[in-house]
Structures are given as structure tokens and as C-alpha cells.
Design a protein around this ligand. Structure first.
Ligand code: BG6
Ligand code: MG
Length: 216
């Protein structure tokens, strides 16, 4: 039986995936890489520097910039992203997710955050939901990001739970792979996530009852 839930943040709890995409789109334009829906999807769950590499590669520009220039481009993106994030309020918790967090809390489930974002603690604070979670995995300490299982394994550890009793929620393919490799139950937000154990079209459908119904 599931005893805890490990949450991705951007695109699962916070309506911030579109803000990452907006800021990266500007970077892509700046480096003359084409911004496509496929690239946008592939960037979900990917760390800041790896995202930049993928954008440069998409245009064949990965060797056109020095390491310092790459760091500058990534920093510039983060500054733009943080400007966009300033406008987030508790109303930007994605549909149904505040109710789901309340349901889990009332039912005694543990919760933790497994986000690749270094900005996760700031966003939780802005959405006023920090206190729901036992803790947030620090992505700066990871040896490998999603799809590696490390982040979701650590998220189970934060809750003091074995992976077998943890469910992970993700909106990215890389994240679902990470959850599966960690040996946890994977819940995908987005019908395209074919590797997820359970799938929902969007966050508004996520509830304990609906998860149980899909598990059969
Ligand atoms: C993930 C997002 O949660 O965090 C990615 O899905 C983002 O789009 C990554 O690149 C890293 O975030 P940050 O805030 O540390 O640049
Ligand atoms: Mg996400």
C-alpha cells in the first residue's frame, strides 16, 4: 500500500512549466535554434545546464559557445524565468492539486518534492504550500538528473519510506522513467506518458479515489 507521494513541481503542482518554456524559447531565438513542440516537451524535467545544451544542439550550435558563455546564457534564462515567477500566487497551484494535497494530508500520507529546479523552495513559498512536505530534494546534490532514479529515490528517503510504498507524480517522460527506475508507482500528468503506471489527462482529475480506480 502506498504511504507517501513524491511530487515533481513544475507542471504537476505549479503552473510554471509554461514559464520555463517561455524563457527557454527566448534563449532558443537568441542562439538561432528552432523552437519546436518536440523540443519544448523534451526539456521538461531536465536541469538548467542540460536544457541549454539541448537547445544549442537542436540548432547544431553546441560548439559555438565557450563554457563561460553557456553559463551566461543559462543565468540570463534564469533571470527571465524569475521575473515571470514573481507573478505567481497561490492561485497558480494547478487545478485540483491544492485539494489533492489537503486530501493526502488529512489521510495521513507523507509528501516530498522531487524537482530538478533549484528554484523549487522559492516557488513552494510563493504558492504558500511549503508546509505540506516533509522536505525537498536538493537537485544541486544529485550525481545524475532525471531519468536517473536518484532524485525519486532520495524523495522516498526524505519521507523515511521504502520506494515500494511511494508513488511519484510527473509531467515529463524523463521523470516517469526516473520514478519507474526507482521502483515506485508512477503517475503521469499527460496522456502522452505511455510508460506511466497510471495516467491522467490533467491535474484536475488527480485524487485518491481516481488513482485507486485506475489501478483496478
Ligand atoms: C524542472 C523543469 O522542474 O526544473 C525544467 O521541468 C527546468 O524545465 C528544471 O529546466 C531546472 O530548473 P531551474 O529552475 O533550476 O532552472
Ligand atoms: Mg515537471
Amino acid at each position: 500500500d502506498i504511504k507517501g507521494f513524491a511530487f515533481d513541481l513544475d507542471g504537476v503542482i505549479a503552473d510554471s512549466a509554461r514559464l520555463h518554456a517561455k524563457a527557454w524559447h527566448q534563449t532558443a531565438d537568441e542562439v538561432h535554434s528552432e523552437w519546436t513542440p518536440e523540443l519544448a516537451e523534451a526539456l521538461k524535467g531536465v536541469s538548467r545546464m542540460d536544457s541549454l545544451e539541448m537547445i544549442l544542439k537542436a540548432g547544431g550550435h553546441e560548439n559555438d559557445y565557450t563554457e563561460d558563455e553557456k553559463v551566461a546564457l543559462a543565468t540570463e534564462k534564469n533571470t527571465k524565468y524569475l521575473k515571470l515567477v514573481e507573478s505567481l500566487t497561490p492561485d497558480d497551484v494547478l487545478p485540483g492539486m491544492k485539494a489533492f494535497l489537503d486530501e493526502l494530508k488529512a489521510s495521513g500520507y507523507k509528501m516530498s518534492v522531487a524537482s530538478a529546479s533549484k528554484n523549487a523552495p522559492a516557488i513552494l513559498k510563493q504558492l504558500k504550500i511549503t508546509d505540506y512536505f516533509e522536505g525537498v530534494v536538493d537537485p544541486a546534490k544529485l550525481h545524475a538528473g532525471k531519468p536517473d532514479p536518484e532524485i525519486f529515490s532520495l524523495a522516498a528517503g526524505v519521507m523515511d519510506l521504502a520506494p515500494e510504498v511511494v508513488a511519484g507524480l510527473e509531467d515529463s517522460g524523463a521523470g516517469i522513467k526516473s520514478i519507474n527506475a526507482a521502483g515506485e508507482l508512477s503517475i503521469g500528468i499527460g496522456n502522452q506518458l505511455m510508460e506511466a503506471d497510471v495516467r491522467f489527462a490533467d491535474t484536475s482529475e488527480v485524487s485518491l479515489k481516481n488513482i485507486k480506480a485506475k489501478l483496478g
